[in-house]
Design a protein around this ligand. Structure first.
Ligand code: PHE
Length: 492
């Protein structure tokens, strides 16, 4: 059988919107404010900007150059770098896929909250409501056998939406959806931030961002936190930029594009956090709860603290509430499709399965795995998946990519690819960053991640981590061993 027709972006705008959509996700909305606050407030912007320029943009450029130069899927790219590296590609893709299975579940919870926020159905105690009425969370292991129907339905809905977008042609699906959702997301965020600044007490919140704690700068953990946020927020190492850049037509301006994407993503999270902080400032003034108790991370912020805020906000919360959760939904969907596109591309290129069928198979398997998170024990398992895959497996993937492209592959070819396709040129500094500085920083984060994951583990989480480790070793080897149906797959 011969190769399928390659997909190509029909406009630079579609590519940029898809790239920004992939980066702007739940991490920007609820992870960044907490990381910023816990690491020195205003002064955190220094390590953050240094990490963005020195490490984040540098790594995105590697992914762009590799994708653009090879115009292939990750599995086939690593196979052509060295036959032995194909399992590494399937390892990276499996990590991305498993991350998606629980990310979809969190977006599913958000879908439930869009509906709840219309009537503020969470009542006077949003904390209890979230654990008891939404998650039906239990500590007992038998909880894994009780399905929570509403969570299952919303998880199904998100997988269905992802499938519906992915199965279409690149421009009709991902391109068009990103061009619609991203502007909508921006309009809503601008509206929420503008509104939040008018709230009494807003200044208690936003001044936190502008009040620096300079002593934090001498703390290594703060620098690692900045770098960790950049890895998460720019979705580094997930083969997204590589996949999207491989669909670029000749003559595209790579470095210029990467800069626009990175600035838009960081601009979004900084701007958005002004709104989040102002709203929390209002909460402090109105309820007397100290500010530092309100700035939590993740699900706690979105599904507990924000409903509490909406409870005291009065009638305007019936508009602001659904809009806030709609924002998370839009940001989440564009990230989910980006996470899945690279996985689908590698499978369809190796096994020569058409786009629609690959998307269907991947989404069905994904949904089946996600059902684990729709059980009574789901949120606990989700926590373990999140800690293990993000702190450990994903950072390991980024480290491997740095080593492969910085050391094993002819790095100078990448410099040439970028410089031939950009007004802004890269050179030796970039090479030093990728070969030395970036691997050292990632190793630091990785060691810290392993330490915190191990020190907070118990027998339940250890069992899940062992299962995940086995899956992450066995499945990639099987995928690499399976013979390719595409006869050109092995052309180096
Ligand atoms: N960067 C996106 C976010 O901030 C996408 C992402 C998904 C990143 C999953 C890491 C893990 O949400």
């Amino acid at each position: 059988m011969t190769e399928q027709k390659r997909s190509e972006w029909n406009s630079n705008l579609a590519f940029m919107m898809a790239m920004i959509g992939s980066a702007v996700g739940l991490g920007n909305i609820w992870r960044f404010p907490n990381v910023l606050y816990s690491n020195g407030g205003g002064s955190f912007m220094i390590p953050y900007i240094v990490s963005l320029f020195l490490l984040g943009i540098s790594f995105v450029l590697v992914e762009y150059a590799v994708g653009f130069k090879f115009k292939r899927s990750l599995a086939r790219i690593l196979f052509s770098v060295s036959k032995k590296l194909e399992p590494v590609a399937w390892f990276i893709l499996l990590v991305v896929f498993l991350i998606t299975t629980y990310y979809v579940c969190v977006v599913g919870w958000d879908l439930i909250y869009i509906v709840l926020s219309i009537t503020k159905a969470w009542g006077a105690n949003p904390d209890l409501y979230f654990t008891n009425n939404v998650l039906h969370a239990t500590d007992s292991v038998s909880g894994i056998f009780t399905i929570v129907p509403t969570v299952l339905a919303s998880v199904f809905a998100i997988w269905f939406i992802a499938w519906f977008i992915l199965k279409r042609d690149l421009n009709e699906g991902i391109g068009r959806v990103s061009k619609i959702l991203l502007p909508l997301l921006c309009i809503i965020v601008v509206g929420i931030v503008a509104f939040s600044l008018t709230l009494p007490g807003a200044s208690i919140g936003y001044t936190q961002i502008f009040t620096p704690d300079w002593s934090a700068l001498t703390n290594l953990d703060v620098w690692l936190a900045a770098f960790g946020q950049i890895v998460f927020s720019l979705s580094l190492g997930m083969a997204i930029a590589m996949t999207y850049a491989s669909y670029l037509p000749e003559g595209s301006k790579l470095v210029d594009n990467a800069l626009v994407v990175a600035f838009s993503n960081s601009g979004f999270e900084v701007f958005n956090s002004i709104g989040i902080f102002s709203i929390l400032g209002f909460m402090t003034l109105s309820s007397g709860i100290p500010f530092n108790e309100l700035v939590t991370e993740g699900t706690g912020l979105a599904f507990v603290v924000f409903p509490q805020v909406f409870n005291i906000m009065g009638d305007v919360a019936y508009i602001v509430g659904p809009l806030f959760f709609l924002c998370i939904l839009f940001a989440g969907i564009t990230s989910v499709i980006a996470l899945l596109e690279g996985v689908c591309y590698s499978i369809s290129e190796k096994f020569l399965i058409e786009r629609k069928k690959t998307a269907t198979a991947v989404c069905i398997v994904g949904f089946c795995i996600s059902t684990i998170f729709a059980t009574g024990l789901g949120s606990s398992i989700l926590g373990v998946f999140d800690a293990f895959l993000n702190n450990f497996a994903l950072l390991f993937a980024v480290l491997l990519e740095c080593i492969i492209f910085g050391w094993i592959y002819k790095f100078d070819d990448l410099i040439e690819t970028l410089n031939n396709n950009s007004k802004i040129k890269v050179g030796k500094t970039w090479k030093t960053v990728i070969k030395y500085i970036l691997p050292i920083c990632i190793f630091g984060l990785w060691a810290q991640g392993i330490y915190s994951t191990i020190s907070s583990s118990n027998s339940f989480s250890t069992t899940i981590m062992i299962i995940l480790t086995i899956v992450l070793i066995v499945v990639p080897v099987i995928f690499a061993k399976l013979p390719a149906i595409n006869e050109h797959y092995y052309d180096v």
